[in-house]
Design a protein around this ligand. Structure first.
Ligand SMILES: [Zn+2]
Length: 480
């Protein structure tokens, strides 16, 4: 049954006019206490109302690059859900993505403040370009403030609401990643993960609607003000910031080796899997980068999705799939959030390692049988994919890298970015020895933490451990 306004959104209506009054009373500095600003910092206020979310966002950008910048470019992922755009999913996914019928979101840019000459919101490209009033030299900083309004779509995609939750991911204008002095962006792709950014610090305040629970990136506190609940949260060095709010799911909290784990959902075993994953990857690759980890089991199109210190897991997962997807998504906190890579053109870099990490997770935790099953499955699927390519006269080139939109389908994307990139690490293990491989991956992680690693950084880490390894792997990639 299609609903104009879902029950959930109705429950979000705890905020009426009084919210604005409260915001006037609570000084904005409440979000900023005890904060020094060594890094780019996003300060976001969300006023969640019945059918809209009113946002104020300031971004203190620190130019940590060696380049002189005359502009800033922000990606507005939420604008990809606009009715003027192609749907942000493939046609095969449409029914599952929109079980209540196709729904659109709206991003309205109300105002921009700061020291700039001009700004332009290119809705077609989902980009806001700010032309600065003077060049920004290395180590200089500038502050831009946005005022915008969101109407989330009704969907099971990354951003939007459904009967179970409100997923606020990719909801805010986020600086594009700075690559060799240029702001890197691509057209929003329904295939693969569209997000690509540098790490930053976050201070986010939002009102928690009545009867709702939440998880979000970072450590948070709640405060009652005039009968309303406000959440204040801070996170450092994360790739992006996410919030999941639900009127029906229960929340649990636990501390594990100094990491606060919050969980929203009905599969409590997920927390145990996450603890094992944190321990396993911390031991193999290097210490977990954050002081918190949030997990949420919610309706979702894919198996799961990673964000900064937050993992979304599909609530339909059962059995070993629940553990496998949890292990995969938690691995992304190493291979996505802490150590970034350009997943718009080299998605294999983090996805392959997340798959291989999942293999190591099962192997290290007494389930070698499951580890082998996953690996064998990757070999079989990739083999079938190659055979099919030959049959239809389109032999697989085998290249791992590629623009997301250049993949012919999710089938191609999955087989190359996940299966082949997973097999790659099994091949590397056979070539250089498992101990050497793990040593190289640890070096790769520790030497690129909080940066964006290129494929060459990965190859250098391998060669640094065992000379000549990368040329063997490159040859394998090109010929298999
Ligand atoms: Zn993944």
């Amino acid at each position: 049954m299609t609903k104009n306004i879902s029950d959930f959104i109705k429950k979000l209506c705890c905020f009426v006019c009084t919210l604005l009054c409260i915001f006037c009373i609570i000084p904005f500095a409440a979000c900023e206490k005890d904060i020094k600003e060594p890094d780019t910092t996003y300060s976001i206020w969300l006023d969640i109302r019945e059918d809209k979310i009113y946002c104020t966002q300031s971004v203190s950008f620190v130019n940590k690059s060696e380049y002189i910048l005359d502009n800033l470019v922000f990606n507005v992922y939420a604008n990809a859900y606009d009715s003027s755009k192609p749907l942000p999913c493939t046609s095969q996914e449409e029914q599952d993505a929109y079980p209540n019928g196709v729904s659109f979101g709206k991003f309205e840019l109300d105002n921009v403040y700061g020291d700039f000459k001009s700004y332009n919101f290119d809705s077609d490209k989902n980009l806001i370009t700010i032309m600065l009033d003077k060049d920004l030299l290395p180590n200089q900083s500038t502050k831009i403030e946005f005022v915008y309004t969101l109407v989330p779509p009704n969907t099971n995609l990354r951003y939007g609401y459904n009967d179970i939750c409100l997923s606020l991911t990719g909801f805010y204008p986020q600086l594009c990643a700075l690559v060799d002095g240029e702001w890197f962006s691509r057209e929003f792709s329904p295939i693969g993960d569209p997000y690509f950014s540098d790490t930053a610090d976050y201070e986010v305040c939002f009102n928690l609607p009545d009867e709702c629970q939440y998880v979000c990136s970072g450590l948070s506190d709640t405060e009652e003000k005039q009968g309303e609940t406000f959440v204040y949260t801070k996170a450092s060095d994360i790739r992006d910031f996410a919030i999941i709010i639900s009127p029906v799911l229960d929340k649990t909290m636990t501390i594990h080796n100094g990491v606060e784990i919050s969980y929203l959902g009905k599969s409590s075993e997920v927390v145990e899997y996450a603890k094992k994953a944190l321990d396993t990857y911390s031991e193999i690759f290097g210490e977990y980068a954050y002081d918190s980890l949030a997990l949420a089991n919610i309706p979702f199109l894919a198996g799961g999705m990673e964000y900064g210190a937050l993992c979304v897991l599909n609530d339909q997962l059962t059995g070993i799939d629940t553990e496998s997807v949890t292990a995969h998504e938690v691995a992304h906190e190493w291979w996505y959030s802490a150590l970034g890579s350009n997943n718009l053109i080299d998605a294999w870099q983090d996805e392959g390692l997340a798959e291989y990490s999942t293999y190591l997770y099962f192997e290290k935790n007494g389930r070698k049988d499951v580890a082998d099953l996953l690996l064998n499955d990757a070999y079989v699927q990739y083999g079938n994919f190659k055979e099919l390519g030959i049959k239809v006269g389109e032999p697989v080139t085998g290249m791992l890298a590629g623009e997301l939109n250049s993949f012919a389908s999710n089938y191609h994307y999955t087989n190359l970015t996940y299966n082949k990139a997973f097999i790659l690490w099994d091949y590397a293990s056979n070539c250089m020895g498992k101990d050497n491989l793990l040593k190289a991956l640890r070096y790769y992680y520790l030497s690129n933490k909080f940066a964006i690693a290129t494929p060459d950084d990965l190859y250098n880490a391998l060669d640094n451990t065992k000379a000549g390894t990368s040329s063997i792997l490159k040859s394998w990639i090109n010929n298999c």
